[in-house]
Design a protein around this ligand. Structure first.
Ligand code: DGJ
Length: 735
């Protein structure tokens, strides 16, 4: 998979789908020659480098023809003639920021190494990937730089990270250290990214590239609802089913920068890594810094193919839990039913009804600990509130598991309320600059997870609760962003390390809890989906997608989420109407038809349903038990975008052997007297005959007909169902 041509010092990473070619230039630096669809290897690809003199451009000190300003580089440095944004900057003791790393050596090996304590993608067998590590050295700073590239054997995936090691006696300071840089030879691309806020996460946004810088970022200490650390570029004509696209994703849960710079020569540079703001990493002699992993996925078959690669990668090469390949339990969570106002009797009543409906897991959300009766108090006190729950979590979990339904628990371990026992005993655990009043958010403050003793203290408390009870699921929430970034127990020159160390602290707690309780299914959460990122997915195979549980808003949110994240990772629940967030009333069937495309569950008290509704819920659960593997692990295709098409959406999940598929069609507002809908399905076997059923639809079609002529939906069916916010779920079963 990795060819090395010693005469020209060229490296060619390739598999059946992609080629990535770069070389050591005459001045010892690395330049990129090609990234895209697979090409046959040859001895020399030199002709792919543009190499001629241009006016008003500085030349490389050692080579009169070469200017770094228009050279496509692998990991560009600062100060030697490339005026674009560099991949890193090193501040030296004398104040200089100039660096110049030249090739020293490389090694190629089968497989892929972990970069602990950071999460990363992995392979289970050596032959699933090949890795090249290139070592470069800067003589002046006496710093070694290792650039690691892994190419997966069967997927169009390349992963990258960098390691800086200070060899010399002088201390250096990394002001910026991106995980990847990709320089492309033209600017004929559009950027698609996923932006939003609380309740409106990962809405699809599109921009054309312009000369200059365009970026997405988080400086919030976590990946955020505002921008997701996964984005893509595509050719303007690329669709869901055809054309070139490159996806970028960052295996990290903290602040990040994803930046696209188009030079006046109309060449494109993409950088992805930890946000340089508030980052400053001192390296003393012998110390190293490893960047998190950045991922590149190439598709010449449109956006669905790109997404399917990410789904496969994240599902089978990222998450490390026992739950990775297991169908997810159908759960009922009490949050929207009770918020923090409950007692044991009410919880048992809700759990019993969930069991009666067929649910497999009951989740007790916020409000079970300390004096947590509202959101002004209790965070940090990870022991049960016996006034509300006199049998304790141990007693309650036993009563619930005795009913024949598993028990899960909510925690928010990174946070503290000042009104808590924890604050009384450890006021110094807050992340705060003691000279300033910290800004509250939801009345809560952030614990200083950059300090191992804080992480350890919380671990001890949680270990006690979890080990003493019958718990098979944990929802790990995180309900604020970081402000006043300052660690009171860290020397001044290390304050620039605090945000990254915080993220490492979170990963440390996840590592310890998942190792101690390997049977537990973790679901990450952050005020809904504000930390839906590959770093979290490495530990928790699913993430609560959004606090907005309204079905119509949800198919937009889930549609955007599906560009990168597997359907099995998308926590999706049916909730009560009028919806708590939007006040909208949508049919119970639509709420389920949306939530099926995820880790399915309920977010309401089933005791409040009418008998007819309860029977419908029972039927939904029975149906999902039979079909969930197709929804969660099938091949997923987006068919119609809710960001176009008058807000209507459609998608399909197809089983691996193409013998069964489920397609969902969702209508926002009724459109009177319009033509019938033609839904062009995808992923089926053209020659197979399928029996297609849905509400008042029962026909037999060949796969090619369903994909080429489309499934014809009579709009009057939707009117009969109620018009606005109605949906149809089609079962497509091989005969
Ligand atoms: C935010 C989460 O997204 C909700 O599901 C719920 O767990 C609340 N926090 C509890 O405080």
């Amino acid at each position: 998979m990795i060819f090395f041509h010693p005469n020209n010092k060229q490296f060619h990473l390739s598999n059946e789908k992609i080629s990535y070619i770069f070389k050591v230039m005459e001045n010892g630096e690395l330049c990129n020659l090609y990234y895209g669809k697979a090409m046959k290897d040859r001895e020399n690809f030199d002709h792919l480098q543009s190499y001629y003199e241009r006016p008003l451009t500085p030349n490389s000190a050692s080579l009169s023809m070469l200017s770094l300003q228009y050279t496509r580089q692998e990991y560009p440095s600062y100060g030697t003639g490339d005026f674009r944004f560099p991949a890193f900057r090193i501040l030296q003791e004398k104040g200089s920021l100039i660096s110049n790393f030249v090739y020293e050596s490389h090694q190629i090996f089968s497989g892929k190494k972990d970069i602990l304590p950071l999460p990363s993608t992995y392979v289970e067998k050596e032959q699933e990937a090949e890795t090249i590590e290139i070592t470069l050295f800067d003589q002046v700073t006496q710093t070694r730089l290792l650039l690691s590239y892994t190419i997966f054997a069967y997927l169009p995936v390349i992963t990258r990270h960098a390691v800086f090691t200070q060899v010399g006696a002088a201390t250096i300071s990394l002001k910026n250290a991106m995980s990847l840089c990709l320089d492309l030879p033209d600017m004929e691309w559009e950027m698609l990214h996923f932006a939003g806020t609380w309740g409106r996460e990962r809405y699809l946004k599109k921009r054309s590239l312009e000369v200059g810088i365009q970026s997405i970022s988080s400086m919030r200490g976590s990946s955020s609802a505002e921008h997701n650390p996964s984005f893509l570029i595509k050719r303007p004509h690329t669709t869901e089913f055809a054309g070139e696209a490159i996806g970028f994703s960052f295996v990290y849960s903290g602040s990040f920068l994803g930046q696209i710079e188009v030079s006046p020569y109309e060449e494109t540079r993409i950088l992805l890594g930890i946000h340089p703001e508030n980052f400053d990493w001192q390296l003393k002699q012998g110390e190293s810094f490893t960047t998190p992993e950045g991922i590149l996925v190439y598709s010449d078959n449109g956006l669905n193919a790109m997404s399917q690669t990410f789904h496969q990668l994240f599902r089978t090469h990222l998450n490390r839990s026992q739950w990775r390949d297991k169908p997810r339990p159908i759960l009922l969570n009490n949050w929207e039913a009770t918020e923090m106002t409950f007692d044991e009797e009410l919880i048992l009543k809700i759990a019993a009804k969930a069991k009666e409906a067929g649910a497999e897991l009951f989740v007790l959300d916020d409000g079970w600990f300390g004096t947590r009766n509202d959101d002004t108090q209790g965070l940090g006190d990870w022991f049960v509130n016996t006034e509300k729950l006199p049998s304790g979590i141990d007693g309650l979990s036993k009563k619930i598991t005795d009913m024949g339904i598993a028990f899960g628990l909510w925690i928010e371990p990174e946070m503290i309320n000042k009104n808590s026992k924890l604050y009384e005993t450890h006021p110094d655990w807050l992340m705060v600059d003691p000279a300033r009043e910290p800004s509250p958010s939801r009345h809560q403050f952030i614990l200083d997870y950059s300090r191992p003793e804080v992480v350890d203290g919380i671990y001890q408390m949680l270990e006690k609760v979890i080990s003493g009870s019958d718990i098979s699921y944990i929802k790990w929430d995180m309900n604020r962003y970081t402000t006043e970034t300052y660690s009171n127990h860290t020397p001044a020159e290390e304050q620039g390390k605090v945000l990254h160390r915080y993220v490492l602290g979170v990963y440390d707690l996840y590592t310890r809890l998942t190792a101690r309780f390997p049977h537990i299914l973790f679901e990450s959460c952050s005020s809904g989906g504000a930390r839906f990122d590959p770093g979290m997915l490495s530990f928790a195979p699913q993430t609560w997608c959004s606090d907005n549980s309204d079905a119509v808003d949800r198919y937009r949110i889930q549609y955007g989420t599906s560009y990168f994240y597997p359907i099995s990772s998308i926590g999706a629940h049916v909730s009560a109407v009028p919806n708590h967030q939007t006040g909208r009333i949508s049919p119970l069937a639509t709420r389920a038809n949306v939530a099926y495309y995820g880790a399915f569950g309920y977010e309401l008290d089933l005791n409040h349903l009418t008998d007819k509704e309860f029977e419908e819920v029972k039927a939904q659960i029975a149906f999902y038990k039979k079909s969930r593997e197709v929804f969660q692990f099938g091949t997923f295709y987006r068919l119609l975008s809710p960001f176009e098409n008058h807000g209507s959406a459609a998608w399909i999940s197809v089983s691996e052997d193409k013998s069964i598929a489920y397609a969902g069609y969702y209508q926002t507002l009724e459109r009177v007297n319009h033509g019938s809908i033609r839904l062009y399905l995808a992923g089926l076997c053209p020659k197979k005959q399928y029996h297609v059923t849905s509400y008042s639809y029962d026909h037999i079609h060949y796969g090619d007909e369903l994909m080429n002529a489309g499934l014809v939906i009579d709009r009057r069916i939707l009117s009969r169902l109620g018009g606005d916010f109605t949906s149809l779920l089609f079962e497509i079963k091989e005969i």
